[in-house]
Design a protein around this ligand. Structure first.
Ligand SMILES: *[C@@H]1O[C@H](CO)[C@@H](O)[C@H](O)[C@H]1NC(C)=O
Length: 327
């Protein structure tokens, strides 16, 4: 399949071209939803169930990711066909009734949607059809039938938290920017995707380290992106709170920063603060992933990616300003 090799490039170009007009085309949106639902199911099947199997999760998740990026630009039926041929090995019971909807992406699903309101789990409105909507609904209905309410709750929280923590983080970071007299960041789809993939990598490996600043996944529009990362934990920490803690923690480095000289006081860390309120950074994407099997217990990994990157040498004074109310 020629689509696979070109996946990454396609993705980059696709988003650059489309980001100015609509955030999501209908097709991209449909594939996003179906990919999210399937990945949530990978997570549930291999990480949330009592017999955790990280390797199966990784294989399931990677395969779904590869299909998503590798078939960018391919017709819906081809994308659907690729999913249809790969999902039965992961979810034989769930997919059996549903793969007709993958092979015919616009076909309607009539089975019991209103009664149980699966749209709430997927976070969608029924009156806005998109390709593969029926497959997403059918899959969720099948999971409900075979695994019941525990599975539904797990899927729901995974899909839902994806929305709310991101909003929390975005709002909070822009509040800090306003306080420091710079314009708001804009959410960006490609940065979001890259940040999410890196957060998931950290969570899988329970490791906490910045990504290679000149790595391939740090490229955006032929320049490297900026990055902030955070880690926090606790079984009762909600994703929204975790997001809030992360972005506030970055901000707290402001007390180490000397606004008059543009340098750190006594070599204490400042770079996450300065990146966060860096004037010429305009776009951002956030990722979060958790793993309850890390050595210190349930751990959240949070990643933000910025474009253009901040923290350029000799540019601090013209990009980082004191809080408005401190002058
Ligand atoms: C905020 O920045 C603008 C320029 O963008 C400047 O004119 C204004 O004085 C600044 N406000 C404060 C309170 O520093």
């Amino acid at each position: 399949m020629g689509f696979k090799q070109r996946g990454r490039l396609f993705l980059l170009l696709g988003f650059l071209i489309s980001s100015a007009s609509a955030q999501y085309g209908e097709v991209t949106h449909g594939r996003d939803v179906v990919t999210k639902v399937v990945r949530a199911l990978c997570w549930y099947e291999f990480m949330d169930k009592i017999e955790t199997n990280v390797n199966n999760f990784l294989r399931c998740d990677n395969q779904v990711q590869k299909i998503k990026t590798g078939y960018e630009g391919a017709p819906d039926v081809v994308f659907g066909g690729a999913l249809a041929s790969s999902l039965p090995q992961w979810f034989p019971n769930h997919v059996r009734e549903c793969d007709i909807f993958l092979k015919a992406p616009k076909r309607q699903f009539k089975g019991g949607i209103k009664k149980t309101n699966y749209g709430f789990v997927i976070g969608e409105h029924f009156n806005q059809p998109y390709p593969f909507q029926s497959f997403a609904h059918c899959l969720v209905a099948e999971v409900d039938k075979t695994d019941g309410s525990t599975a539904m709750l797990a899927l729901e929280s995974r899909l839902k938290s994806e929305r709310y923590w991101r909003e929390t983080m975005f709002r909070r970071e822009n509040e800090f920017r306003t306080l420091h007299n710079v314009s708001n960041l804009e959410l960006d789809t490609l940065l979001t995707e890259d940040a999410q993939l890196y957060a998931e990598q950290l969570a899988r490996t329970c490791s906490f380290k910045p990504s290679n600043p000149m790595g391939r996944d740090r490229l955006y529009d032929r320049q490297f992106t900026g990055e902030n990362i955070a880690m926090n934990g606790g079984a009762f920490l909600r994703d929204e709170d975790s997001a809030n803690v992360a972005v506030t923690g970055w901000y707290e480095e402001n007390k180490n920063y000397d606004f008059a000289t543009g340098a750190s006081k006594g070599n204490l860390p400042v770079d996450q603060f300065t990146q966060s309120v860096w004037k010429s950074s305009k776009k951002v994407g956030y990722g979060m992933a958790t793993n309850k099997k890390c050595p210190n217990g349930y751990t959240h990994y949070i990643v933000a990616r910025y474009f253009p990157a901040g923290n350029l040498p000799n540019a601090y004074l013209e990009n980082v300003f004191p809080a408005i109310n401190s002058q």
